[in-house]
Ligand binder design. Structure first.
Ligand SMILES: C[S@@+](CC[C@H](N)C(=O)[O-])C[C@H]1O[C@@H](n2cnc3c(N)ncnc32)[C@H](O)[C@@H]1O
Length: 134
């Protein structure tokens, strides 16, 4: 990373880390308090009998929707074909978010992740969604 790049940027003063289930934080946050939520390469749970463990799940949509302000974004990336089809299916059946087709290249204002690098190296195609809170 060249000097002056992301790696050298000062950490924001309001940075907080939560090393536990994200759903606990989402429930605890004030309503409409977030501008963006990133869900990057969630565990795919590819077997259909495990679908209830996927983070993108009808039961979790209201948690994210409550914490996001109107116009806020939920950004999701996954390289797993089953999960990609699942995201399209779950968001087709809800009213919290405006659904738009995903991109096949990471937008410039998204941070890369370790898992994404592994997926690309293995030849898998990630997809990137921006869901806008109504
Ligand atoms: C495939 S890894 C991807 C990690 C990282 N986002 C990346 O792209 O390199 C999925 C991660 O999601 C975490 N995870 C799964 N369910 C979670 C939950 N409910 N809350 C917070 N983290 C969760 C797992 O512990 C694991 O570290």
């Amino acid at each position: 990373m060249p000097a002056g790049g992301e790696a050298d940027a000062p950490l924001p003063a309001n940075l907080r880390l939560w090393d536990n289930d994200a759903r606990i934080v989402l429930r605890a946050l004030p309503e409409a308090s977030l501008t963006r939520v990133f869900l990057l390469f969630p565990d795919p749970w590819p077997k259909s009998r495990h679908a209830k463990r996927r983070f993108v799940h009808p039961a979790n949509l209201s948690l994210v929707a409550r914490a996001l302000r109107p116009g806020g974004e939920w950004r999701i990336a996954t390289d797993d074909p089953t999960y990609q089809a699942w995201v399209a299916e779950v968001f087709a059946a809800q009213d919290f978010f405006v659904f738009a087709p995903p991109r096949a290249a990471r937008p410039r204002d998204w941070a890369p992740t370790r898992y994404e690098a592994k997926a690309l190296k293995a030849g898998r195609q990630p997809l990137y969604w921006r869901l806008i809170r109504r």
